[in-house]
Design a protein around this ligand. Structure first.
Ligand SMILES: Cc1cc2nc3c(=O)[nH]c(=O)nc-3n(C[C@H](O)[C@H](O)[C@H](O)COP(=O)(O)OP(=O)(O)OC[C@H]3O[C@@H](n4cnc5c(N)ncnc54)[C@H](O)[C@@H]3O)c2cc1C
Length: 517
């Protein structure tokens, strides 16, 4: 049996394998030469005290003890197997496809955008304030919304499936093995595209089909079943259809609604992205003037209740960038990402609050179950008007926002397309502006210095979750009306992040297998 030991180390000791190996040997009362293999099982930072420490749990294989085999997944050839149509190629779609292959089905993935490499050109153009390609941007294209992201893999929904298998699959396809043990694993935007294209190569080598520039425009219904989908004039048949189109595919919700395929309004979240100098967050979190050479860029996770409405930080990107995540030129939507080394001089996070059904009740008469979509759109368009040309976004210093003051100047920001000063407290929905103001004060009580002139908010962060759910049967996971239509992932309302979308995709594949098509 390998021996497990837990050490509390300085950041420098924890960063160097030789150092922690010799400390582990001493702790286990053996010679370093007796250690056949050492691996990290868990790593976390304890920054509660004045001097931050690293908690490291190690597994030691001693002398002739058999060491664990390298990760390997065997995927069978499914070229001749039953075809399953998957709309989208985000995490829900890709992990549904991998699981379907394991279960001997042939996935046909239809993606409205381009492959992940061609997509980079469109992403670069968006940042240069050029026209946004509505089918190829930060939300659409191979890899989905998660492709050009921080790639944070932390999830609260571990119970929904095999979380470790998701991480191992990512490592098998090229992600850094450190994600298997880090307390808050992340991949980084510089590494994600390669992992995604490796997953595609695995799938294609097994006989799965990928079609890019294949925007699904219709679903073909036959009684209480679906027969396939339409991409323009082309019909693609499948024994089942998985709809994994993400939260930005407004056209899909409208198509479903118009066809009488049930969708339902749901609460969602909206707010802004806040950005601080990373050095300020490091100082607050590590209680020292500088984080030094060995500690990673510090992060935070904050929550506050304001009159019964939750205000919380979301998708925090230490050492990251704020990015333009809109899907067309009339909107302004922001999000955040970071590279694997998280070394930019900025720290950003979404700060969002609940949007309740009652907040957009006034739009129900006209838009029915899609009312939340139009509420969201209204503020995305307003943000665009207050931002200005192209992707320039409205912004305000945090200290000015909470004091309801116009910012006569703005600090430097990581948001490449540019920012313009705007009195966001005036045009954000009152309920959101009020909640954010009180929420930010609450954050400042937990992290002194959070509300400062040095920090800005940029708007709007409106796509942290979807305002529409596509209802499905709790047992079969199929749509309530169509027994072989499977809504999946974030767009359907069953996930909120890369890992939860991937887990949902796997669960859908298992459900299809159980349905014995
Ligand atoms: C900038 C950014 C950073 C993020 N950072 C993180 C992070 O660090 N960690 C995290 O957990 N989450 C992060 N997220 C959220 C995460 O990316 C999503 O939760 C996740 O991608 C949802 O997966 P999904 O498969 O359900 O949908 P998506 O990833 O949205 O995929 C949907 C796919 O469907 C395609 N599609 C849509 N309509 C059609 C159609 N009509 N025909 C064909 N194809 C269609 C789209 O092009 C897209 O590829 C981030 C999101 C963004 C935008």
């Amino acid at each position: 049996m390998p021996q497990q030991i837990s050490l509390v180390l300085t950041p420098k000791q924890a960063a160097d394998k030789d150092t922690y190996t010799s400390i582990a040997a001493e702790y286990a009362d053996i010679e370093v030469s007796q250690i056949a293999m050492i691996r990290v099982l868990k790593r976390s930072i304890d920054a509660r005290k004045r001097t931050p420490k690293i908690n490291l749990t190690l597994e030691l294989y001693i002398d002739n003890e058999p060491t664990p085999a390298l990760l390997h997944f065997d995927y069978p050839n499914v070229d001749k197997a039953t075809p399953i149509v998957i709309v989208g190629s985000g995490p829900a779609a890709l992990f549904a496809a991998l699981r379907l292959v394991e279960l001997n089905y042939k996935p046909i993935l239809l993606e409205r955008g381009k492959d992940v490499s061609a997509r980079k050109v469109d992403i670069a153009n968006i940042n240069r304030n050029q026209e946004i390609n509505p089918d190829s941007n930060y939300a659409f294209g191979e890899g989905g919304a998660g492709a050009f992201s921080d790639g944070k893999l932390f999830t609260r929904s571990k119970k929904r499936g095999d979380y470790n298998k998701i991480l191992q699959t990512l490592v098998f396809h090229g992600a850094n093995p450190e994600i298997l043990f880090d307390a808050h694993p992340h991949i980084g935007t510089d590494k994600l595209p390669k992992v995604i294209s490796n997953i595609r190569e695995t799938l294609v080598s097994c006989g799965a089909i990928f079609k890019f520039n294949a925007k699904v425009t219709d679903i073909i219904l036959k009684g209480d079943k679906v027969a396939g989908v339409k991409c323009g004039d082309e019909v693609i048949d499948g024994a089942a259809v998985i709809l994994a189109t993400g939260h930005s595919a407004k056209d899909i919700y409208i198509m479903l609604h118009n066809k009488g395929i049930r969708v339902e309004a749901k609460p969602f979240a909206m707010g802004v992205r806040v950005e601080h100098p990373q050095s300020l967050i490091d100082t607050i979190q590590y209680h020292q003037p500088e984080r030094g050479e060995w500690l990673p860029a510090a992060s935070y996770s904050l929550v506050n209740q304001v009159d019964g409405r939750g205000v919380y930080s979301f998708c925090m990107c230490p050492g990251g960038f704020i990015v333009p995540a809109m899907t067309n030129s009339s909107e302004c939507v922001v999000n955040g990402m970071s590279a694997s080394d998280r070394n930019s001089e900025y720290a950003n996070a979404g700060v969002v609050t609940e949007v309740r059904l009652s907040d957009f009740e006034h739009l129900r008469e006209k838009h029915g179950e899609l009312a939340g979509l139009y509420y969201q759109q209204q503020y995305e368009e307003l943000a665009c008007r207050h931002g200005g040309d192209a992707q320039v976004a409205p912004a305000q210093r945090v200290a000015d926002f909470v004091s309801a003051r116009y910012s006569s100047s703005l600090p430097k920001s990581s948001y490449v397309p540019g920012v313009r000063s705007s009195s966001m407290h005036e045009w954000l929905p009152t309920v959101i502006a009020d909640s954010l103001r009180e929420g930010l004060y609450g954050f400042d009580r937990k992290m002194r210095g959070f509300v400062t002139n040095e920090a800005i908010i940029i708007g709007v962060e409106s796509r942290t979750s979807t305002p529409v759910r596509i209802p499905r049967d709790k047992v079969t996971l199929a749509h309530e009306q169509y027994s072989n239509l499977y809504p999946a992932g974030e767009g359907a309302g069953y996930a909120g992040g890369i890992v939860s979308a991937a887990l949902d995709g796997e669960n859908i594949a298992n459900a299809i297998n159980l349905s014995k098509l």
